[in-house]
Structures are given as structure tokens and as C-alpha cells.
Write a protein that binds this ligand. Sequence first.
Ligand code: ATP
Ligand code: MG
Length: 346
Amino acid sequence: MKAVIYDKDDHLLQSYHFDLDARKICSRLSQFGHEAYIVGGAIRDLLMGRIPKDFDIVTDASPSRVKKLFKSARVIGKRFRLVHIYFPRNKLYEVATFRSTESGDRRNVYGSLYEDVMRRDFSINALYFDPRDEILIDFVGGFADVKRRILRSVLPLETSFIEDPVRMLRALKYTAILGVYIARPLARRIRKDVKLLGNASNSRLSEELYKILSSGHSAEAFRLMDRYGFIKLFLPEFARKFDEHKGGKLREGVFSNLKDLDEEVDKRDVGRGAMIACLCERIAEEEGFFESALGERSLDDLSEYVKDLIVPLVQPNRDVENAVRHMFLHQGLCVPRKRNRRREVK
Ligand code: ATP
Ligand code: MG
């Protein structure tokens, strides 16, 4: 397989777009004879005129070799080992060794650059930038897809979501956040495979959900998730509430709260508690949690309710309690006390 190589005149990326420490890591790896690229979300975001959140690096050097080359490196992961390289001010970079397409369940099978490309989910996420020669390497038409704003799968559609159902949620996340269109065959496959979401890992779903809630595009993402039938599968209790309330008023209320959240995250850092609050407040309101006649209800009652509402996603108690506090304050009410456990024991 041959890659298309784009130079500076084509890709228009400048070296100052790239994080200095990420470039230093690549430069040290190439000094020692290795291939090293910046890959994935950072390249996609820069090409789309967005500021990347982090800079991931891939190389042909093995994790133990990378560890030897960097004083602050730590090897992490059991099944697939990665290296974390630490820089001052808590900056952390992930360096992965090219993954083999054959690795399956076997540990630490490393591959070539091409094999690494073929393990990535979508073409816009499968672009590699070589900071030394300032070239963009594209095996899968990802650069054209970025320009056309289209989301296409790199992996075969027959198996991609069986292998990892979370990819479906990632597809909708990119659609909402980046404003890309889902290519027809991909959209058809998501509709077919949507049930597989029920098998997905809850912690990975939660992780993607928080990325969505903190993106500034959560209302759009939830509308898409609703349209594709995702909410029923990964937030079943939540979806049941939507369906109980015919006419769509509750649904619109939740979307409108998410719209407010989207405006908030543009202005300041919003914690997980506040995000859960935006998601759940309208439903808790509908259930009468904020009516003064029920003033005797404690913080714990609503916390339990919220936990049940967002099952199977598991949240730390602290985040749920913060969510409940936010809801009461947002309703203009005093935050009720926590149940006094000692008295209950008596
Ligand atoms: P975000 O901006 O939400 O972090 P990202 O594209 O950086 O998006 P990550 O989850 O940080 O996504 O993953 C980094 C890269 O790893 C992706 O760009 C993609 O190439 C690859 N990747 C991540 N998750 C998967 C997956 N489930 N299947 C295949 N490739 C994946
Ligand atoms: Mg990322």
C-alpha cells in the first residue's frame, strides 16, 4: 500500500502549530534512528482549524526502547504497553509503538506504520505528521475527508463495531463536535449495529460521555444519540423517562439544559457534578424533587435517584452529590442536609 505524502504547500501546517515538547519527543526518537509521528486527534483538529487537546505520538521504537531514551518515561498498560513521558507543569505525552493488525489478544505485537493506520477507527483520525520533514502521511484518504468534512471508517464495517461498539458513540461525537457528515455506508451500519452498544464497557462509555458533555456541543450530540436510538441502550432509565412523557416536552427540556451547559463550558471549566446536574435536573424536577411539600427529602434521596437514572454509568459519589447540590442551587433552593447516619443506627 502506498501513502500519499502532502508537503507544507498542501497541508499548510506550520511547526509553531505543534506543541514544542511533542516535537522534542519526535526529534529525539528520530535522532536515534526511529520513525516518530504525531497522529490522530491533534492532526485532525489542526487541519480543521481547531486547537488540539493533546498530542499523541507513534513510533517504531519498542516501549522499553522509548523508556531508555527518556528520563521521565513510564511504561503503562498490560495488554498493550504504552509509554507516558512527563514534562514540567504536569504535561503528559503518550507514546505508542505501531500496533500490528494481527495483535488481537496476543500481548505486545508491534507492527509497521501501515498496520498502525489500519487499526484506527476513522480516516480523519488516521493522518500522521512527521515533524522533521514537515510532511503529512495519508494512506486512507483522510486529508480529503477532512476537507470534505466526511466521516468514513478505516476498519471493515462488518466487524468494526462488533470489535468495539464504543466506536459508534465516537462517530456521533465527531459528527456533533466537528460538524462532519457520516458517510452513508457508515450511517447504515451504525443503524444496523446499534444494539451492540449494550455490550460496551461502561467505563469507556462514561469517558466518551464526559468528552461529549465538556465539548460545547452536547445538545447536538444528544439529539443525534436520540435519533440513532443510542440513549435507550446506554442510558435505559433515562430513555424510559423520555418515553413516559409523551409530547416531547421533557426531552426538549433536557436538550435545552444541555444547550445552557454548552454555553457555560465555553466560558469556564465545568466540573463533572455540574455536567450530571444539567443532564438530570429536568427529570428530577418532573419527579417532584424540588417541590417544597417534599422538603423533607434529603440530599441522599436525590443522589440515589440520580445514580439510578444514569445506570449503568458508574459515577463516584462525590460527583453525584455535587450534581445534586448544583440542582438545588439552580432551582433557587437551599441544599438539604445529608442523612444523619449515626441517628439512623440508633
Ligand atoms: P478526542 O478529541 O475526543 O480526544 P481523539 O481522536 O484524540 O478524540 P482519542 O480517544 O484520544 O481520540 O484517541 C486517539 C486516536 O486513537 C484516535 O484519533 C484514533 O486514531 C485512535 N483510536 C481511539 N480509539 C479508537 C478505537 N476505539 N478504535 C480505533 N481507533 C481508535
Ligand atoms: Mg485525544
